[in-house]
Design a protein around this ligand. Structure first.
Ligand code: BYC
Length: 313
């Protein structure tokens, strides 16, 4: 009989009905739920600009992006359901603060350029984190990530294109793009989590094939991609210590970067970020306002329920 360990050793996928250790299941529910919550809370900073987009084209693009994020949340809640965690249970854990969502969404989106900075940096960081999750050991999570990553690539490109337009526009537009990048850069680096030495879950999640690369490895990969992209945008990154180091990564090279303020990340995770209370309150209110939709859907489903299939002898 194939065991859980055999599946991991063969780099195969663990599927919902396979035997798995309780800790593996709990870790996946924790991470997938946090990921799903991030997608739906993540609609808020950009959603705030939907009615203020500067043209019909920009508005249509942003609307499609924000809808995509809702879809990502749904794929991920569905993946968590395959592990026995119901949607209601997970939303309740979000609404009562028992489960987290990404720190990045506790920052405000103050100008139109923030829509570009979020697309370029936040979706860019999300892609670097999520591409390896396409090879995660749990089948439903890995498969959900394939589609999510394709869509995130569009999101990242639209953010880049938006910032490029602003950066090459009037001096005021250029300044707005630069100011947005200055605010989003460091919080984007915090999306990758605490440094490896302070990451309590990394060793076990790596052993289980959930994490393929460490927090610091992925953070470095993101920085190495972002620096030449910033140059192409005609914008600077707010870190005077960014410098190419040819010796890094066993001679493959990489950028040295300045100290990240992990006290700030810890504060945001404690609930003390600039928008924690606002984001959660908005989410809870939206859930309560939507009660009638859930009730109508349940009533419709009960009325149109298919009769149970007769037992086949
Ligand atoms: N924010 O041992 P560690 C998107 C927590 S949304 C909040 O390193 P792990 C998008 C961590 O949960 C993309 N919490 O943990 C949407 C743990 O707390 P607990 C969202 C963080 O799990 C809309 C503790 O700190 N992506 O793309 O091994 C618009 C210790 O950390 C954070 C995902 O969710 C953080 N930044 O690694 C635009 C990716 N960092 O549970 C874009 C999936 C750490 O012990 N998740 N924590 O209370 C992951 O890859 C991993 O969970 C992490 C953390 C790398 C984030």
């Amino acid at each position: 009989m194939t065991t859980f360990e055999d599946v991991l050793a063969a780099q195969d996928r663990v599927e919902p009905r396979d035997a798995m250790p309780d800790g593996y299941r709990a870790t996946l529910v924790r991470q997938i739920a946090q990921h799903a919550h991030s997608e739906i809370i993540g609609m808020q900073p950009e959603g705030a600009w939907l009615t203020r987009a500067p043209s019909l084209r920009r508005q249509a693009v942003l609307l499609a992006k924000v809808q995509d994020e809702a879809g990502h949340g749904l794929y991920l809640y569905a993946a968590a359901e395959t592990l026995g965690a119901s949607r209601e249970e997970l939303l309740d854990a979000l609404h009562t603060g028992r489960q987290r969502y990404s720190s990045i969404f506790n920052y405000p989106s103050l100008t139109w350029a923030d829509v570009g900075a979020i697309g370029w940096l936040v979706d860019g960081a999300a892609i670097v984190n999520q591409v390896p999750l396409c090879r995660c050991s749990y089948g439903p999570y890995a498969r959900a990530m394939v589609r999510v990553c394709k869509e995130e690539s569009f999101h990242q490109r639209q953010g880049f294109e938006l910032l490029h337009t602003l950066s090459h526009g009037t001096p005021a537009q250029h300044a707005m793009a630069q100011e947005a990048v200055d605010r989003w850069w460091w919080p984007s680096l915090m999306m990758f989590g605490p440094p490896d030495a302070d990451s309590p879950h990394s060793a076990q999640s790596t052993a289980w094939g959930i994490k393929r690369f460490s927090n610091d490895t992925l953070r470095q990969r993101f920085i190495d991609q972002a620096v030449p992209q910033a140059e192409a945008l005609g914008l600077t990154l707010p870190d005077p210590d960014l410098r190419w180091n040819a010796d890094k990564d066993e001679g493959r090279g990489g950028y040295d970067y300045g100290a990240i303020d992990f006290d700030e990340l810890r504060a945001v995770l404690r609930g003390d970020g600039p928008c924690n209370a606002e984001r959660l309150a908005h989410r809870v209110a939206a859930h309560e306002d939507g009660a009638w939709v859930r009730e109508a859907a349940a009533a419709y489903a009960a009325k149109h329920a298919r009769p149970a299939r007769p037992e086949v002898a």
